[in-house]
Design a protein around this ligand. Structure first.
Ligand SMILES: NC(=O)c1ccc[n+]([C@@H]2O[C@H](COP(=O)([O-])OP(=O)(O)OC[C@H]3O[C@@H](n4cnc5c(N)ncnc54)[C@H](OP(=O)(O)O)[C@@H]3O)[C@@H](O)[C@H]2O)c1
Length: 193
């Protein structure tokens, strides 16, 4: 079976201490940051192309209103317990590598551009260790929130913070009195050529 390598990219917003969730939800309300997430993950280079979004089960069931439907996007939910894809998801897989193969092998390989991994913790951890993972889109929410779910620690010498990045605002933003900065960390050695 032919395999087309696809870039695997993580996208997350974290506050101090890499906190990213509380009681199954986002700890903050930042509608403009959420819009940046939707715009970034649904962007494709030309009509007919699509991205694949990989969701952990808890994340799927706690997604904010207005996430779905998302243009140009196929959704894969990961679970070892579920027996069929939940409503509005396109696929169910029971491990990360099977989700990646879906995007990298025929027939979907012809149309998928980017695999967007959108958490939670275990999915992020597995994804960032994958050789095709080249970019981490991490919004730095500059505030303290109580969290019970955290983004995994990662090697900042391997994934290097970019001063500027195409399509990513470079200025510090503020909403609801909360400052945040959109950032990208890049792994130069990703195996996606
Ligand atoms: N701030 C942000 O940007 C952001 C981003 C993402 C999530 N979050 C927050 O994070 C929380 C949800 O994340 P979470 O870490 O608690 O849960 P999660 O990863 O969404 O869901 C965990 C479940 O997903 C399934 N799963 C995960 N990885 C798998 C794999 N590799 N293979 C097969 N199944 C897999 C398992 O389901 P089974 O038990 O069925 O096997 C596991 O119990 C929420 O609070 C959400 O709001 C925040």
């Amino acid at each position: 079976m032919s395999v087309q390598k696809k870039p695997i990219r993580l996208i997350v917003a974290t506050c101090n201490n890499l906190g990213m969730g509380k009681d199954g939800k986002m700890p903050w309300s930042l509608p403009s940051e959420f819009q940046y997430f939707l715009d970034t993950t649904s962007r494709v280079s030309r009509p007919g192309k699509m991205n694949m979004m990989v969701w952990g089960k808890r994340n799927w069931y706690s997604k904010p209103d207005g996430t779905i439907p998302l243009p140009n996007t196929l959704h894969v939910v990961l679970s070892t317990e579920m027996t069929s894809a939940p409503d509005h998801a396109h696929f169910l897989r029971d491990d990360f590598e099977s989700a990646i193969r879906l995007a990298a092998e025929p027939p979907l390989a012809e149309i998928i551009e980017t695999i967007w991994v959108i958490g939670g913790t275990q999915v992020y951890q597995t994804a960032m260790e994958h050789p095709w993972c080249d970019l981490l889109y991490i919004t730095d929410v500059r505030a303290e929130f109580q969290c019970d779910v955290f983004f995994p620690e990662f090697d900042r010498k391997l994934f290097k913070l970019q001063e500027e990045f195409p399509g990513v605002p470079s200025e510090i933003k503020e909403e609801n009195g909360i400052k945040y900065k959109c950032q990208v960390f890049k792994k130069e050695t990703a195996d996606i050529q």
